[in-house]
Structure formats: structure tokens, C-alpha cells
Design a protein around this ligand. Structure first.
Ligand SMILES: Cc1ncc(COP(=O)(O)O)c(C=O)c1O
Length: 343
């Protein structure tokens, strides 16, 4: 039997240490879009570890305030947006599903695994007239897209939603990288039939290991999703940390400003070495480059891990977390680019 190809991800430091023979602690890991200066997690009281999580602990309400959804929406805390990415395809009979390509591969994988027919949508598709929309039952859009950083404005997303919903279709908007950006989220429209919005604490909050996120959905999808997820999908410690992180408005505002400055700094740094990003978010920059593979390999030999893509050839750089990491990236790029040009 042919083994299905599982999507690849960044952040595999154990694998990198083995492959390049560099001890784990010597790596500068820029292969993910996770904030290296995440929300500072407080001590967790013993009873949070010991007792079963309680669904009416106020977390649903905290998500409601965080996202600003209208009353009609259901807010469902989840063990990462990944949990709903995997659950959603099972909630519909197999149909035709559009997913961005390049894009976070777990969407394509989950819909295909559940027997849906997946139509990859390229940047060129996005730029053309949207005839493809009429051939879809579900459209997944990642806003902004990972890894390309591509944007679609909200009016256009809402027009897509209306066309899909008129035929009983769904628009799934993955907002994993939208946190910290004003006037981007579709949360004010949450609760409309067939609009599914995914939130994550893994990126902006830097809490990828916590496995926490939320789905903002209409009541019908909400009921089914709660049934599929079962009673204790999100652990007590994850609920405790998530509730406090999303309520910390001061940290959120300061971090949004800081990440804006740092993403511009990363853009400028890469451009200085001829690696002009074609897109990016607050947390990463995306660089299309014919020699992406060689560059990733040369950086890895120096202990810097970046995410490499083959179709099209491209690199994704996450943010360095402190001044010495910024210097290391700059010095290493100087060395690697020089070597690549002279060879
Ligand atoms: C676009 C996007 N959506 C969702 C996820 C899943 O994140 P999580 O399950 O940590 O919320 C990722 C993880 O890399 C991602 O890049």
C-alpha cells in the first residue's frame, strides 16, 4: 500500500540536529512563524492540573470578548486550530473544496483524507475572475496566507462567503496569522450560516506547545463540532492559560507594535542580501528564490533552520528573538550569500 504523504512542518529541531550533526541548543530556529517572545505564562494552580476542565469556566465568554463576535456566533475553544482543521471535513458529505496553494498543507490533507475533491488555488487563480468559486462547495482561505503572506480584502472575502452560502456552501477562514492586525478579522460577521473562522494561540501569542485555539461558527456547526470534539478536548491548564492570555489587552497592543517593527526589520535585512520578500506577515517573510534549496542547505550547515518550499522554490524566515540572533542571521547571510554568488 502507498503511504499517504503527510504534510511537512517547520520546527523539527531534533531532526535537524541529527541530520546536520549540530547539537539542538546551537540552532537558531527560524523555520516557524511562532512569536519567539510569546505571552509570559504564569504559574498554574495545582487544582487546575488535578480537576477535570469545566466547560462553564468562562473561557467561551473570554473568547467572545477577545474576538468581538456578535451574539449569533458560537465560540468554541479548541486544542489548537489544527483540531478543527481535522474535524471540519467530516461534517459535510464529500464535495469540492478550494484551498490556497501554496498554503498551510493540513487543510488540503484533511479535506482529501475525508474524501473531498480538493482544488488548489494559486495566486494566479486569485488574480483572475472568480469562475472557480462557482465550482466549489467549500472554500478555505488563510488570512493572511501562510507561507506567501497573500491578502484578500474583507469585502472580497464577504462576497465569496455570500456566493457560497447562497448554495449551502461554507467559507472557512483560517486567521492563525491575523492576530495583531486591525480590521482584518471576519469575527464581526461570525455566526452567519456556513462561515467558519479559526483562531490560534500558537503564532502571535507564541504558545504553540499549549495547543489552544478557537472556532467561531454558526449555532448549527457549533452543535456538531462540540459533539465531535467531546467533553474535555482542551486541557484544564490550556484553558487556564488561554483565558488569561487573550484577556491581556495591554500585552496584545504592545506586541502588535513590536512585531510590526520587527517584521519590517526582517524584510529590510533580507532585501539587503538580495532576498527581497514577495510577501509576509507580522511573524515571517516569504522569499521566492531559484536557489532556495541551496540557500536553506547552506544556512542549515551554519545552524540556522529556515523553512524551504519547492513548488515554487521559496524560503520562509521567522523572526529572530533577540539582538544576538539578529546579528547571527545577518552575519550568516553575508557569509552564505557571498559563497553562493562566488560559486
Ligand atoms: C495557517 C495555519 N493555520 C493553522 C495552524 C495550526 O495551528 P494551531 O493548531 O497551533 O492553532 C498553523 C500551524 O502552523 C498554520 O500555519
Amino acid at each position: 500500500m502507498v503511504k499517504p504523504q503527510l504534510p511537512a512542518h517547520g520546527g523539527n529541531l531534533i531532526q535537524a540536529a541529527r541530520r546536520w550533526g549540530i547539537p539542538r541548543e546551537r540552532w537558531l530556529d527560524l523555520s516557524t512563524g511562532i512569536n519567539p517572545n510569546g505571552w509570559p505564562v504564569p504559574a498554574i494552580p495545582p487544582e487546575i492540573w488535578q480537576r477535570l476542565p469545566e466547560a462553564d469556566d468562562g473561557l467561551d465568554e473570554a473568547v467572545r470578548i477577545w474576538t468581538g463576535v456578535p451574539d449569533a456566533a458560537e465560540c468554541i475553544p479548541l486544542p489548537g486550530s489544527q483540531a478543527v482543521i481535522q474535524a471540519l471535513p467530516g461534517l459535510r458529505t464529500p464535495g469540492r473544496v478550494g484551498v490556497p496553494h501554496p498554503g498551510y498543507q493540513e487543510h488540503r490533507h484533511a479535506w482529501a483524507e475525508a474524501g473531498h475533491q480538493v482544488r488548489p488555488l494559486s495566486r494566479e487563480d486569485m488574480d483572475q475572475r472568480e469562475t472557480w468559486l462557482d465550482e466549489l462547495d467549500v472554500l478555505v482561505w488563510i488570512q493572511p496566507n501562510n507561507p506567501t503572506g497573500q491578502w484578500v480584502d474583507r469585502d472580497r472575502l464577504l462576497a465569496w462567503y455570500q456566493r457560497l452560502a447562497a448554495r449551502g456552501g461554507w467559507l472557512v477562514v483560517d486567521e492563525a496569522f491575523a492576530e495583531g492586525l486591525a480590521n482584518v478579522s471576519l469575527a464581526p460577521w461570525a455566526g452567519r450560516p456556513g462561515l467558519v473562522i479559526l483562531k490560534s494561540l500558537g503564532k502571535f501569542y507564541g504558545l504553540a506547545g499549549l495547543r489552544a485555539g478557537a472556532a467561531l461558527v454558526d449555532p448549527a456547526i457549533g452543535t456538531t463540532l462540540r459533539r465531535v470534539l467531546g467533553p474535555w478536548a482542551l486541557s484544564g491548564p490550556a484553558r487556564y492559560v488561554m483565558a488569561r492570555a487573550i484577556a491581556d489587552q495591554g500585552w496584545r497592543a504592545r506586541m502588535a507594535e513590536r512585531l510590526q517593527a520587527e517584521s519590517e526589520r526582517l524584510h529590510t535585512l533580507l532585501a539587503r542580501f538580495g532576498l527581497r520578500p514577495t510577501g509576509g506577515t507580522l511573524l515571517f517573510q516569504y522569499v521566492r528564490h531559484q536557489q532556495a534549496g541551496q540557500l536553506a542547505e547552506a544556512l542549515a550547515q551554519e545552524g540556522i533552520l529556515v523553512r524551504r518550499f519547492d513548488r515554487p522554490p521559496a524560503l520562509r524566515f521567522g523572526l529572530p528573538g533577540n539582538e544576538s540572533d539578529w546579528r547571527r542571521l545577518s552575519d550568516t547571510l553575508a557569509k552564505v550569500i557571498d559563497r553562493l554568488i562566488t560559486n
